[in-house]
Ligand binder design. Structure first.
Ligand code: SF4
Length: 100
């Protein structure tokens, strides 16, 4: 094995060692945000943002808000304004920003 190949091999081993702990960390995280409990519209934060689980403005809903990161077709998903919780895809709040 040439010196260059050995260095490349050793550097790849180092990268592999770094990847394994990260993947172990991800696997140990709590369930995905999609599985997180749905925001309670009566909670203080929801009230402050006027969050509703079903929008009254048909063209504005969480599923077409820039902040919504739920999968297309799912009935709920994550929103950074409610960490650890899910918002309803059909929901809405006063921080709504339409997707570009
Ligand atoms: S910012 Fe408001 S409207 Fe947008 S996804 Fe979050 S809760 Fe829904």
């Amino acid at each position: 094995m040439t010196d260059i190949k050995r260095r490349k091999f050793v550097s790849m081993l180092g990268a592999s060692a770094a990847v394994i702990p990260v993947s172990a960390l991800v696997a140990s995280l709590p369930s995905r945000a999609d599985d997180a409990p749905v925001v309670d519209p009566e909670s203080a934060q929801a009230q402050a943002l006027q969050y509703v689980s079903e929008t009254e403005i048909p063209e504005q809903m969480c599923s077409n808000c820039t902040l919504y990161t739920g999968a297309e077709g799912e009935d709920k998903g994550p929103c950074p304004l409610f960490p650890g919780s899910s918002v309803m895809a059909a929901g809405w709040c006063s921080a709504y920003v339409p997707k570009a």
